[in-house]
Design a protein around this ligand. Structure first.
Ligand SMILES: [Fe+2]
Ligand SMILES: [Fe+2]
Length: 365
């Protein structure tokens, strides 16, 4: 059984275990006294630069897969979501930490742009058609097929553990974009997000449905409980969303990201539900996936035409960024999905090992 050294209050993420010198120093700063500058604060910028330099030397995939870089960004972004357990909320707008975050964000943005084709010359008129081409179902069997046909319940648990860093705050990163949009485009984004947040019914909030699935499969649904087990590339998935959502300059990218998410959701979720039914999982575990088959059939239309199409009609110069966001969503999903399937096919866990030990089972709550 895995144990977690940090207490959690159920609503804040526990301070994760350090994954290198940068996150070690960052944890010390965050847990230190906000009023008297902790000794490690001046070191953080230097440690961030050297972590970026080392990772980036091996290419963009290495940077998005770098534990120390991605965890540091996750911790810094979390200050803007629910906060970290035991960490003073005043760190959220501390200029020293914002400077470190900016340095890490610049490296992440450069890596994401390098990871995908540059669409700088895309015309606004081509954006919706290109989104449809990019999001066509893949011909080769991937993660969703594996889960539908071959996965054991333990592998579904691993899927939920990995995805919990996003889905327990599902929709929140894209919501940052709402005040940065206007008119019909804003209305389209709000229409999608309203469903994500349950349309006024707390039990239908997608994050709550996801938490219900976790509980139904015997997992701990407290926020951030499994962050130490989540590989860096899956942290990068959420960091990319937070970067796009929190940066007004990249509002095209957050719209394209959401469009790609919605346009590639229905079929995989249908397959996840099939896999869980094959394994006789309880209905409470499956409701989240069924809900996405239904909701995202509608969301994908709004996202492609009213949201992404509407934005490039209003602001044609954002066409390239819309496709950047979509391509980043798809590229990161492929990296994460391929790594999970490769691990399972070779009999390994897809979770990050925190002790370097052999395959272990997920601790059930
Ligand atoms: Fe959702
Ligand atoms: Fe959706």
């Amino acid at each position: 059984m895995l144990s977690f050294t940090h207490a959690t209050d159920g609503s804040r993420m526990p301070v994760p275990s350090a994954r290198g010198p940068l996150t070690d120093a960052l944890s010390a700063v965050l847990l230190g006294d906000h009023a008297s500058t902790p000794d490690e604060l001046p070191l953080l910028a230097t440690l961030a630069k050297s972590a970026i330099h080392e990772a980036a030397a091996h290419g963009p995939e290495a940077l998005v897969g770098d534990d120390d870089v991605q965890l540091a960004l996750t911790m810094l972004y979390e200050l803007h979501y629910r906060g970290l357990h035991g960490v003073d909320d005043r760190w959220e707008w501390h200029t020293g930490l914002l400077a470190v975050r900016l340095c890490l964000e610049q490296a992440l943005e450069a890596a994401l742009r390098a990871l995908v084709d540059d669409d700088a010359g895309t015309s606004a008129a081509d954006v919706v058609a290109t989104l449809h081409e990019l999001t066509e179902p893949a011909r080769k069997p991937g993660l969703a097929s594996y889960l539908a046909r071959r996965a054991e319940l333990e592998q579904f648990r691993e899927l939920l553990v990995v995805r919990s860093v996003y889905h327990l705050k599902e929709a929140d990163p894209h919501t940052w974009a709402i005040p940065r949009l206007a008119g019909a485009v804003k209305a389209a984004m709000v229409e999608i997000q309203t469903d994500e947040y349950g349309g006024g019914r707390p039990e239908w909030v997608h994050a709550a449905l996801f938490a219900q699935s976790m509980r139904a499969l015997g997992l701990d649904d407290s926020y951030g409980a499994y962050v130490d087990l989540v590989p860096a590339t899956s942290l990068a998935v959420v960091n990319a969303m937070s970067l796009f959502g929190l940066t007004r300059r990249l509002r095209g990218a957050v719209v394209g990201h959401l469009a790609a998410f919605e346009m590639t959701s229905t079929l995989p979720n249908k397959r996840y539900a099939q896999g869980l039914r094959r394994l006789d999982a309880p209905d409470e575990a499956i409701a989240y996936f069924d809900e996405h088959v239904e909701a995202d059939a509608v969301h994908e239309q709004i996202a492609a035409h009213d949201l992404a199409g509407g934005l490039v009609r209003d602001e044609p110069t954002l066409a390239g960024d819309v496709l950047l966001g979509a391509r980043v969503a798809l590229a990161l999903d492929t990296l994460v999905s391929d790594a999970m399937v490769a691990a399972w096919k070779s009999g390994r866990s897809a979770l990050r090992s925190t002790t370097g030990g052999a395959r272990r089972r997920v601790a059930t709550a």
